[in-house]
Write a protein that binds this ligand. Structure first.
Ligand code: A2P
Length: 316
């Protein structure tokens, strides 16, 4: 399995299992199955509300001898209500307890968005804290301090623009090891990817299959399903592969890590095989032509009327 080298020298397995929307009652089996098959990278977050079940799966997998801790890569993410420096370490402690781990390999600032402490999901505008009040630099400073402890090996960000990466790097003097963002042929983020590469920030692609399982409320009526694109079917037929496998191979060909979510045993296996497929430059180019500049995860949920966040400020 391929790896991407982070600024610490640590090797991030380029292919991993996503767990956003992996249901309680299903995610245990998904993680066990993935680890049995050879997955070595599990992507988690506090807000997914399933870290305790994942922790049980990790513990049982290690006890069964499926994987050793040092061969396993676990990522988690700091939620928006714990951006104040004094809340960062306690938030990590909660995640470590749930995951039943002494350390995690990578801890990310989940969104460049802050909530009042204790507000998991904002209901009114006063639940948000503007970044002027809770600056990203302060949160990032506390994250970087964690790297000096035995609790976290690497720290990074998610959903951050190059402008925000430069801002926090300049203020704290340490760049994020990773930026995890939405990336797939409909939303390739070429400038962001090139900028991260030139800054030696490794990129992880989320929603690489087009996130078709996300809540109905997050979907548009006129949404075009990525997995059903004819170009994808054509490349898949050439390779005797599935469209999902082609999307995984495309993400890896671009030098990103990729974390397709599945709780289905067959698709978990299928996706791992996808990570072994190499596309020709022509096949990569065929998928490159699909760019639409469209996010599935638009971030509009952070920008209701009265919120201090707008789509322009969120992604800019
Ligand atoms: P399931 O968990 O039932 O397999 P993304 O990673 O872009 O968010 O996509 C995840 C969604 O795609 C989930 O709904 C998942 O459903 C589904 N999925 C995962 N792997 C595949 C695949 N190889 N082909 C088609 N759909 C897939």
């Amino acid at each position: 399995m391929g790896h991407l080298t982070l600024r610490s020298g640590d090797a991030l397995p380029a292919f991993g299992l996503g767990t956003w929307l992996s249901e309680p009652g299903e995610v245990y089996q998904a993680v066990r199955r993935a680890l049995e098959l050879g997955y070595r990278h599990i992507d988690c977050a506090w807000i997914y509300q399933n870290e305790a079940e994942i922790g049980k799966a990790l513990e049982d997998a290690m006890a069964a001898g499926d994987v050793k801790r040092e061969a396993l890569w676990v990522t988690s993410k700091l939620w928006n209500d714990a951006h104040a420096p004094e809340h960062v370490r306690p938030a990590l402690a909660g995640t470590l307890k749930d995951l039943r781990l002494e350390y995690i390999d990578l801890y990310l600032v989940h969104w460049p968005v802050a909530h009042r402490h204790g507000v998991a999901r904002p209901r009114e505008s006063s639940d948000f804290l503007p970044l002027e009040q809770m600056p990203l630099e302060k949160t990032w400073g506390a994250m970087v301090e964690l790297e000096q402890t035995d609790l976290v090996r690497n720290v990074g960000v998610s959903n951050h623009s190059l402008t925000k990466i430069d801002q926090i790097t300049r203020a704290v003097g340490t760049r994020p090891a990773v930026n995890q963002v939405e990336m797939h042929p409909f939303h390739q983020q070429r400038e962001l990817l090139a900028g991260c590469k030139s800054r030696d920030v490794v990129v992880t692609a989320y929603s690489p299959l087009g996130s078709r399982g996300r809540p109905e409320g997050m979907k548009r009526d006129d949404e075009v399903p990525l997995l059903e694109q004819p170009a994808l079917a054509e490349v898949a037929a050439e390779l005797d592969a599935t469209p999902g496998q082609v999307l995984i191979a495309w993400a890896l060909a671009r030098g990103t890590a990729v974390i397709p979510k599945s709780t289905n045993a067959d698709r978990i296996a299928q996706n791992l095989r996808g990570s072994e497929i190499e596309l020709t430059p022509r096949q990569v180019g065929r998928l490159d032509e699909l760019e639409r500049g469209e996010r599935y995860v638009t971030g509009d949920f952070w920008c209701p009327p009265g919120s201090p966040y707008t789509l322009a400020s969120l992604w800019g």
